[in-house]
Design a protein around this ligand. Structure first.
Ligand code: ZN
Length: 247
């Protein structure tokens, strides 16, 4: 397998570095539909236990903030870091995986004067939801991979992005992407990387819609199935079934 001719390590990545990397590993995200990378505007509510968030809908509050910064280019996807001091390439790839495959542009949000003053209700509702999740022991009633959509297709996308980043010569260790392991009730990232085999190499130039149209490698499915079973065994009496979780 041919590897990168040299590896670039970026000590203090900027939003531009994140955009550049995403443009290389997932070009569909920087095409006709704008991709906004930004740090959470100060007027936004604090998002509990969240370092970054991806959204397919730049809602009115965010559109207004982007417009105020002279960056609004119409409806698009966003990757928003919650803290200036925590802009990270691995995290950027994690969030990019939430935006793939590329969906058609959402309807234009209304940008109002009100939006410039107050973050819109959607963000407050989201902050409330995260606070509620933090206070509820969700892990007792559902596998952690379900919360925030971190299931098998997500893991698969992350592994493809990780391989492409490595191939392009970027030093982004997979643990920095934070997509498997105990925090999601899944086997560790290295096991999933082994189980997916050469799929990321074979499909390196494919779009993410094309990847999702391909059957998953059997070993990859088997590993997830074992994780599902382990969770079920640890939660007797749950109403979840293997068929439901593994589908
Ligand atoms: Zn996530």
């Amino acid at each position: 397998m041919s590897g990168p001719s040299r590896i670039t390590h970026i000590n203090h990545p900027t939003l531009d570095h994140c955009r550049e990397l995403i443009g290389i590993v997932a070009p569909e995200l920087v095409g006709d539909v704008p991709l906004y990378t930004l740090v959470q505007p100060p007027e936004f509510p604090k998002l509990e236990r969240t370092a970054a968030v991806a959204t397919r809908h730049a809602d009115a509050g965010l559109a207004a903030s982007l417009a105020a910064a002279g960056e609004w280019r119409g409806p698009g996807n966003t990757i928003m870091f919650c803290d200036h001091d925590f802009i990270d390439l691995g995290l950027a790839l994690h969030e990019a995986a939430h935006l793939l495959p590329l969906m058609p542009a959402p309807k234009p949000p209304r940008v109002s004067d009100e939006g410039l003053i107050a973050p819109n209700a959607h963000w407050h509702a989201y902050a409330d939801l995260l606070r509620g999740e933090a206070e509820t022991d969700l892990a007792a009633i559902m596998p952690r991979w379900i919360v925030g959509d971190h299931g098998l297709q997500f893991v698969r996308r992350c592994l493809h992005l990780a391989h492409r980043a490595w191939h392009a010569g970027f030093d982004v260790p997979i643990w920095q992407m934070s997509f498997a392991g105990d925090q999601y009730d899944l086997s560790v990232d290295g096991e999933y990387r082994k189980a997916i085999g050469d799929e990321p190499v074979r499909l390196r130039d494919a779009s993410f819609a094309e990847i999702e149209a391909e059957p998953m490698p059997a070993e990859f499915l088997d590993l997830f199935s074992a994780d599902v079973q382990r969770w079920l065994d640890a939660h007797p009496g749950t109403r979840w079934t293997h068929a439901k979780l593994a589908s």
